[in-house]
Design a protein around this ligand. Sequence first.
Ligand SMILES: C=CC1=C(C)c2cc3[nH]c(cc4nc(cc5[nH]c(cc1n2)c(C)c5CCC(=O)O)C(CCC(=O)O)=C4C)c(C)c3C=C
Ligand SMILES: [Fe+2]
Ligand SMILES: [Fe+2]
Length: 342
Amino acid sequence: MKGVLLVNLGSPKSPTAKDVKPYLDEFLMDKRVIDVPYLFRAFLVKGIILNTRPKKSAEAYQKIWWEEGSPLIVISERQQKKVQQKSNLPIALAMRYGEPSIQSGLQELHNKGVDEVFMIPLYPQFAMATTETIDVLAEEIRRKYFSNMSIKSFPAFYNRKEYVNALSTSIKNHLDDFDYDHLVFSYHGVPERHIRKADNTGQHKDITIEEGKYCCTPGTTAAEFCYRTHCFETTKQVVEQLGIPKEKYTISFQSRLGPDKWLQPPSDKTINNLAEKGIKKLAVVTPAFVADCLETLEEIGIQAQEDFIKHGGKEFKTVPCLNDDDLWIDALVSWINEWQNS
Ligand SMILES: C=CC1=C(C)c2cc3[nH]c(cc4nc(cc5[nH]c(cc1n2)c(C)c5CCC(=O)O)C(CCC(=O)O)=C4C)c(C)c3C=C
Ligand SMILES: [Fe+2]
Ligand SMILES: [Fe+2]
């Protein structure tokens, strides 16, 4: 019997330092997130980051937390329920870190008699720290506890027409009454090293990643796992669909952590520079996330907005993530139906 597992990142249990600490521990000790040798990672995470970050992160979470819980989890539950209403297959939800775990999601499907799972990592663009870590953990759990199950993972959908159309339509609808001067596409960042590592053809090994230019050619094997090119491609397709001229938008990368070189340019500097250059009405969209979360609601919706105004900007609008938009739910359902009928 067939079933579906939707998987997103996860959140702490509550917005307190006590609950943020184990969440960050699990997240940052993942070797596909902080990809350095174990002892160095343990020193960095347990010895340094976990001493100060939980308190700071908990304060940020408190600003965006909802009565029902973490926005990321609440929205993911809404997505799961809406998809379930439109599909005759059992649809379960899991998080890579924290609860509900991937193991509990697979158990829920197993209890319903499912032995063929279609897993959708809820990330439009592939990254080692997102899609790959879900695929690897799900396979480990399958082998250990559910060896009679098969799991087919849905690849990054950054250029699928259903996703691009849902995203473009949402941007258009949310910005219909906001005559913006400029639109920033702010994607979650990753260290440049992750781009090189994820390319198993080795073609990214020696290239210099030049700001604003493609590091590999879309559609080639080198681009298959290139997060950066996936971000460029999502943007390209959206601006083409909406007819946004190139001088009216910028791609940037947010949420840098640690001393490594992350993808450039950073969203905070980009947004402040735009204000200083005279942009008064700024819109920001965050297409790496399909559910609003700390990174969209706090880092962009609160911090970036305040900084934009401080640097001379006047009006700022964040386009919400796709959340439980009908077109996005329909996109998920169409991919599930396609797999079900294949
Ligand atoms: C969209 C995809 C994401 C990528 C790629 C990604 C990479 C990545 N993230 C960190 C460190 C942190 N990320 C944090 C929060 C967070 N990250 C994503 C998504 C991606 N991360 C989401 C959806 C969220 C929000 C979770 C929520 O509960 O709302 C955090 C925790 C918060 C904080 O302390 O700032 C950290 C830390 C790294 C190091 C990384 C790539 C290497
Ligand atoms: Fe992150
Ligand atoms: Fe690339």
